[in-house]
Design a protein around this ligand. Structure first.
Ligand SMILES: C[S@@+](CC[C@H](N)C(=O)[O-])C[C@H]1O[C@@H](n2cnc3c(N)ncnc32)[C@H](O)[C@@H]1O
Length: 290
């Protein structure tokens, strides 16, 4: 395989130092993201159904529709839909929802959740940077940090161009991003415990922020104990790109969209349109295609 990399260096037209740095960044990102959610996906709902108020967040999405849309949207595209929690709450409220996610494990879970709840929604394994669907949507959402998994500006450009092809004219894009201003000092450590029937899951995380790349790397360590025996021990490294509001406004507005508003998503009551503070970490953005 190294011959392949060598050929890449030798035949590239970029200046060598820049070439090596770009390659190293891309390669380390690829290695870091390889297999993301492959194991974590199995326990995702156990962890986050207690943490995320999915129903409340869907109430907020509907409040955004009432505030920013002339007509009620019908077709919604959920980018990085994960196990489908938002998609399923919205589908229950009579929207036609398609969820896409790059992880086959997450999409399998989403399909299973839909089947168990007897709710109709489409779930497809697709990358949000290269969406390939034949229909257009009134609105797209990208909730709970999915947006941060795009590491570079080139990835954002791809996402916005892919969205432009799949949103109707003046379609809304509602997405959460994490703000540099709200970061805790590195290293930042957390742990949690979840109980499910006979199993106990422990997750320890350590997050480190790189000011050079604006990437927050979250090292996650999992231990699952079943009937007193450890049955699953694994690790995942999640690199999340963080932004300032000014940077995000510039990126959105330079890519065929207009940033209409940003809201504080750290608050308990997510249904309020409150302005972000300097130290707000989670920010909900509302953009419209031009
Ligand atoms: C933190 S999870 C959020 C899942 C879901 N939106 C929720 O609120 O529970 C982030 C999701 O984004 C997905 N993702 C990351 N990069 C992606 C990409 N390029 N295209 C599509 N999905 C992506 C991951 O596989 C993961 O399921």
């Amino acid at each position: 395989m190294y011959k392949c990399f060598l050929r890449f260096f030798l035949h590239s037209k970029l200046p060598r130092a820049q070439n090596i740095k770009q390659f190293a960044d891309k390669f380390s990102y690829l290695v870091a993201t390889l297999g993301l959610f492959q194991k974590f996906g199995k326990y995702y709902d156990l962890i986050y159904r207690e943490v995320v108020d999915y129903e409340g967040e869907c109430n907020f999405v509907e409040k955004v529709f009432k505030t920013f849309c002339r007509e009620k949207p019908r077709k919604i595209l959920d980018l990085g839909c994960g196990t489908g929690s938002h998609a399923l709450f919205l589908a229950q409220r009579s929207y036609e929802v398609t969820g896409i996610d790059v992880s086959n494990v997450m999409i399998e879970r989403a399909r299973k959740n839909a089947e168990e709840a007897n709710i109709k929604a489409d779930f497809l394994v697709q990358d949000m940077r290269t969406i390939k669907l034949t229909e257009k949507f009134d609105c797209a959402i990208c909730m709970f940090g999915g947006f941060g998994y795009l590491p570079t500006y080139a990835d954002l450009v791809k996402l916005f161009s892919s969205l432009t092809r799949h949103l109707k004219e003046r379609g809304l894009f509602i997405f959460e991003f994490w703000s540099v201003g709200g970061l805790k000092p590195s290293p930042y450590r957390t742990w949690l415990k979840r109980q499910d029937k006979n199993s106990t899951l422990y997750r320890m995380t350590e997050s480190n922020f790189s000011p050079e790349t604006n990437i927050l790397t979250i090292d996650m360590h999992f231990i699952v104990i079943h009937n007193g025996k450890s049955v699953d021990i694994f690790e995942e490294k999640h690199p999340i790109r963080c932004y300032t509001v000014a940077e995000m406004r510039h990126y959105v507005n330079s890519n065929n969209f207009e940033l209409l508003s940003v809201y504080n998503w750290d608050t308990e009551n997510k249904m309020e349109f409150t302005e972000p503070e300097k130290d707000t970490f989670r920010i909900m953005a509302i953009a419209r295609s031009k």
